[in-house]
Write a protein that binds this ligand. Sequence first.
Ligand SMILES: [Zn+2]
Length: 360
Amino acid sequence: MPINSNGSILRSGRTKALVLPVKSLARPFKSLVLPLLTTGSLLLQALPAQAQLAALSQISPKPGSEPLQVFACEPEWKALAQDLGGEQVKVFTATNAFQDPHFIEARPSLIVKMRRADLVACTGADLEIGWLPLLLMRSTNAQVQTGKPGHFMAADFVPKLEIPHQHDRSMGDIHADGNPHIHLDPRRLMMIAEQLSQRLVQLDPDNAAYYQHQHQVFFKQWRQQLSQWKQQTRALKGQAYFVQHRNWSYLFDWLKLEEVADLEPKPGIPPSSSHLASLLDKVEGSQAQGIMIANYQNPQGARWLSRQSESRKSESSDHHDHDKALPVIELPFTVGGSDQATSLISLYQDIIDRLLAVRL
Ligand SMILES: [Zn+2]
């Protein structure tokens, strides 16, 4: 499929702008995204629109075939597996949206679930290092061990941010394979979806046509969504926020947001009073829009900084506009993290809506 100089794909002689902002992607990202867009996902492109719809609507799983048992580590992978596997997957999730995925107990009930799984779908990049290896070992399920088709680590399929040049314990609980919180960039999510769909096909080839159909529907919907979000988030570009843990780096990469500072003195270490106090100067010196926290995090440190910011701002400014406290912006971190975030799409939408609502 030809790609023009703007990164747009030329289809059937007409120039149709590609929704994915390929041009703005970093170089390693580009090399991964472009082949993806030009291969499997657009197989039906050659058919006229009517024929495409007819072809898509006729596909369903083979009668009598057993659904794949999927063990998802986090709710975002449960949602993605369900979107792509439809009625041909049965998905269990090890964690809910109100748990910190870094710290999960390898409970016997999880081992039982993993023992029965055809596919384990997790984040990887060491996010689950404290509990997943133990579950894998205790499950004694050969199908889902590292290197097997039943072992899917989403972070293996996207370019990662913040890969440390050196790593020692004094730096805190740093993620040695780069930042694993990859799911809040929908462009990366589309790359992962392509791979996960192929994995479903590999594990259950009898239903290949069904999984490909599911992926087509997904891909089409997400391209439209990306275009809408691009319009909606124009006003957010360049806005700066405090964070509590680098949970949001991929969201920032997508929306071109800036990080003022991290409330954690070191990655994985909760905010301390001395570190929080040291951040007060940054409140005055920056144009920060707020303090982002995930719905599962303790909001105390963020609230303290917010209260202090009010008095600091009053002292340093004659303008009443600037007397407002820096808002604490609680965001759903994954599907189920707020009443609105009931699917992957509504998760992104809710995050965007909440960020737009607090613009100063
Ligand atoms: Zn982390």
